[in-house]
Each structure stands twice: as C-alpha cells, then as structure tokens.
Design a protein around this ligand. Structure first.
Ligand SMILES: Nc1ncnc2c1ncn2[C@@H]1O[C@H](COP(=O)(O)OP(=O)(O)OP(=O)(O)O)[C@@H](O)[C@H]1O
Ligand SMILES: Cc1ncc(CO)c(N)n1
Ligand SMILES: [Mg+2]
Length: 527
C-alpha cells in the first residue's frame, strides 16, 4: 500500500510491499485474474431517505469502484424535512457486525459516520485494535443539517480520548468543529485554519474542516491540515438544495481513494471534486418536499438529454423520418443549425443526427449542446455522427458510427448500455457484426446515388432488401432518398425497415419545415 500517513497504520502491521504490489497489479489485470478489490468498511447509521449515512457511503464507494461493507450503528427515520426518529442498534450487536466483517473480509480502510453512543466508540476502538486496518477515516457526525441531534455531546469524550488518536483523518463540518473545540465560534476561512490546527492537537494525523456551511456567497472552501501545512481546497459553490449527504459522501470518497492506495491529500482532492460534480449533476433533481434534498451519486452516469427525453429503451419507430444535418447546406441557405433542427422537428422528423465533418471540436460541442436542448424539449432523440466524445460530453442520446470509425463494441463500452448506437452497413456480414457488437439499429445504403457522400457505393433496393432480411436489428435506409422515392424504399417488403434517413431532401430546400412535413405525411401512408 502506498499510503504512508496515519496514526493507525503506524501502529498496525502493514501489508508487505510484495502483496500490495500484487494487489495493484491485480487491479490492472482485473479482467483475467482473481483479485481482491479495494475494500472500505463503513460504520455508520442508516438514512431512510438514502442521501446520507450508510446509503451515501455505499453509493460513493460504488461510484469510485471500491467494495463497501457496512456496520449499521443506528437506524434513522429521515427525509428531506428532517430526522423523525433514531433507533440505535444494541451495542453488542454493533460489535457482532464488526466482528463478522473484520474477522473474515480483508478491510483496507474503515470509515465512521454516526456513532450514537460512547459505548459504540469504545467497541469500535477495541475491534480496530483486534483487527487492524490500513487507515481510519472519522467523520464526527453529531448534528444533521436539519439541526437534529445524531449523537449527543457525551460522545465528545469518546472522540477526543480514544477515536481521534487512532484516526488518519477527521472531517468535521463547521458546527462539529465548533463543538469539538468547546463551542468556539467558527465563521470564516481564517477560523477554519485555527480549528484545523486545534483539532489536530486532539490526535488525528490529518484534519479536514468542511466549509459547506460557510455563507452562500463564498466558494465551498475546506481547510486541510496535515500537521505541517494548511491547504485551502476550493470548489465553486453549487446553487442547489440537494446538499444532504455531502459530508458522508466526502468522507467515503476519501476512504475509497485511500483503499485504492492513494496518499491523503490527493485522496481528499479527488473526494472534493467528486462531491462538487455530483452536486452539479444533481442540482436540479427534485426528491422530497423538505428544505434539503439528497445528492445523486450516479446521476453523472446518465446524460441530461437521456434522462428527460428517452427514459425507456431505444424505440425503433423513431427511425421513421431520420434527419441528418449538413453544415454545408445550412451555410448555403444562410441558416443556423439550431433553426434547421427546430424546423425539421416541427415538420415531423422523428430523430436527429448531427453530422459535422469540418467543425472544430469546441464548436461541435456547443452546437451539440444547443441542439440537445432543442431535441430534449421536444422529446426527439439526438445522435452524434462519429464522435463518441462529443456525444458523452453533451449528453446526447447516442452516436452513429461508420465502418471505419470507432469499433461498435468499444463505443458500447464507453457509452454504456443505455445510449443509442447506430452503425452504417452495406453488407449482411456488417449487419450481423453490428448486432453482435451491441448496436441498436443499422443505417443501410447508399440506396440511391447521392451527392452528400463522395465515392459511396450504391447498393440499390435489392441490396437494401438483402441486408434488411438478414439483419437482426431495425434498419433505416439512407442515400439519395427523398419525396420522389421514399415510398418505393419503404415498400421493399422488409418488416424491420423502420424508416428513411435524409439530408438534401430536407436541408437543401427553400423551406425545411414544409419539406419535412411533406415527407412525413408521405411516410405515414407507407405500409
Ligand atoms: N453547495 C455546495 N457546492 C459545492 N460544494 C459544497 C456545497 N455544499 C457543501 N459542499 C462541500 O461538500 C463537502 C461536505 O461539506 P458540508 O460542510 O456540507 O458537510 P456536512 O455538513 O457534514 O454534510 P451533510 O451533513 O449534509 O452530510 C465539503 O467538501 C463542502 O465544501
Ligand atoms: C444516518 C445519518 N448519518 C449522517 C448524517 C449526516 O449527514 C445523517 N443526516 N444521517
Ligand atoms: Mg452540510
């Protein structure tokens, strides 16, 4: 284990270098060998609202790829309004849980949250002496943000006397720091420097004073003291009511990073960045009616476009009128891309693909974001041509890739199970491969000659039909399709042919919305 700091680790046998390096290696070759994942044990209370406590700890560790076991010290009835009840788990049963986990599972780091009585603190310290671990992270939870008491002040004796001297880091918020120091007022960042040093004198190797409760006008500044240097760790303050559980999450992330082998300061920095981005991603979610909602640890796994417009799995019927943008045509007609996308949707386009061959990445991103908002508000999926990075960055619904772009299997691994992936295919083999690699649909063509794509082999209606009949995926036909031939395409007699993809027929016309409307009306008459 690389981690070197820690009152606890200095007193306990540390894993030998060879076993720690073999574990790190194990992480690298995780796909092929049996390995032991980094492991955090949280000793904390349950929060029925699942924003804080055990539930936050589990989610934070999972989000950072660390296994988390749990010793539950209390069950709270809690929601976004406050704490309605606390039921402490019998002390001997807390001890039984500690023994079960510590005696059997190789725990790397213990993280503590709500410890409802001094008896529990004593049991914990005793267990840690019997079953030493690499590091101890103590979040000295006393009062919930709603002002409800989670551990009364008698706990301070246990913290000061036994637990803190064993801790590698303690992470009080402003109120808790104040209580630990006998009630001194802490209001400014300068006060936090003072508090960090004073709490360090109580025995922990490192102290982090959390500034979530600083005035809302200030950045979210935390002060970290390692016994020598004081650091101000800054994050921009996210304007949101959903801050319930930030403290538990922060401490669990620190524990998770330590369990992976990080040093203390980098672990704290990763943890702080995680909290900041989780707050940002969940700033607008509405859970509960009280003043403080929970943050959502996994929201960043879903895209903003995705969560509102799709919700459910990809619906192949959205392939019916597939509009593919072309910035050359947009320029030629002196239109903006966002207006063009709006017009196509207004006319009845059922899915939009942004296809930008010649723009800079930055501009593409801005464009994709703006189009994403338009599509989302109208319930129309947006896919990005070629660029998996842009799709991820702007939260698009998916991508469309060609045979020479990123392999579909890799794109699927990067995008996760929910995003739409379409693949351009000309042959039966390509269509079957796309299915095997996890695509959602194929684009098949060029059906007719087209000016949009140079040197593009035309496969004709026969080629289209052959691929459709063999394909296990829904198909959208592409290439030279417009009002004049769309019905002949839809009528080839292949049930999985779900629609036509068009570029010039919509965008190289005087009025995009009315051209789209004509094609839409025509397609609605197809069998
Ligand atoms: N609005 C915010 N924007 C950005 N960071 C924040 C915000 N609120 C809190 N934080 C950060 O979240 C972490 C937890 O701080 P906080 O002071 O809220 O802890 P806490 O009171 O123990 O949390 P809780 O009791 O809600 O679990 C700190 O790193 C803090 O800077
Ligand atoms: C169970 C529990 N632990 C910790 C906190 C502090 O956020 C809370 N509100 N509830
Ligand atoms: Mg708080």
């Amino acid at each position: 284990m690389v981690y070197t700091g820690g009152g606890l680790s200095s007193k306990i046998p540390v894993e030998s270098t060879s076993s720690s390096s073999s574990r790190n290696l194990g992480l690298v070759v995780a796909m092929t060998q049996k390995h032991r994942p980094p492991h955090v044990l949280t000793v904390a209370g349950s929060d029925s609202g699942a924003g804080a406590g055990i539930q936050a700890d589990l989610k934070a560790c999972a989000a950072l790829g660390v296994y988390c076991s749990t010793v539950i010290t209390a069950v709270t009835a809690q929601n976004t309004v406050g704490v309605q009840g606390v039921n402490a788990v019998a002390e001997d049963f807390v001890e039984a849980q500690l023994r079960s986990v510590l005696s059997d599972m190789q725990v790397d780091v213990v993280k503590t949250g709500m410890l409802p009585s001094i008896g529990v603190v004593e049991i914990l310290c005793k267990s840690l002496k019997e079953f030493p671990v690499q590091a101890l992270v103590v979040d000295p939870v006393m009062v919930s943000t709603s002002g409800d008491v989670l551990a009364d002040s008698s706990i301070l004796v246990g913290f000061r006397g036994e637990l803190f001297p064993m801790a590698d880091i303690v992470t009080p918020n402003l109120k808790e720091a104040s209580a630990l120091l006998g009630g001194v007022e802490l209001k400014t960042v300068a006060d936090m420097h003072f508090a960090a040093k004073a709490i360090h004198d109580l025995g922990p190797r490192n102290v982090l004073i959390k500034g979530g409760d600083l005035p809302a006008s200030l950045d979210a500044v935390d002060v970290f003291f390692d016994g020598e240097n004081c650091y101000e760790l800054r994050a921009s303050r996210i304007n949101t009511r959903n801050t319930h559980g930030t403290g538990c999450t922060l401490a669990s992330c620190i524990a998770a990073e330590l369990a992976k082998g990080s040093l203390m300061l980098p672990a704290v920095q990763v943890a702080k960045r995680f909290v900041e981005s989780a707050l940002d991603y969940s700033k607008d979610i509405v859970i509960g009616s009280g003043p403080q909602g929970p943050l959502d640890h996994f929201l960043k796994l879903k895209s903003s476009v995705n969560s509102s417009s799709r919700g459910a799995a990809f619906n192949p019927s959205s392939l019916l009128l597939y509009a593919v943008t072309d910035s050359g045509m947009t320029k030629k007609w002196s239109r903006s891309m966002t207006d063009v996308v709006k017009a196509a949707i207004e006319g009845g386009a059922t899915i939009i693909q942004l296809r930008e061959k010649d723009v800079e990445t930055r501009e593409f991103m801005e464009l994709a974001k703006a189009c994403g908002e338009i599509c989302r508000s109208r319930g129309i999926p947006l896919v990005i041509n070629d660029r998996i990075d842009i799709a991820l960055a702007c939260g698009a619904d998916g991508v469309h890739v060609g045979q020479s772009d990123m392999p579909t299997r890799v794109a699927r691994a990067l995008l996760g199970p929910e995003k739409i992936i379409g693949v351009s295919c000309k042959t039966v083999e390509q269509a079957l491969q796309a299915w095997a690699d996890g695509a959602d649909y194929i684009g098949c063509g060029g059906v007719f000659p087209t000016s949009t794509k140079a040197n593009n082999l035309t496969i004709g209606l026969d080629g289209l039909k052959t691929v459709c009949l063999a394909s296990k995926l829904p198909v959208v036909a592409i290439g030279g399709i417009g009002i004049g031939n769309a019905l002949s395409v839809m009528d080839i007699g292949a049930p999985n042919l779900k629609g036509v993809a068009v570029v010039s027929a919509l965008f190289d016309r005087e009025c995009v919305s009315s051209e789209t409307r004509k094609l839409s009306d025509l397609l609605s008459t197809a069998k």
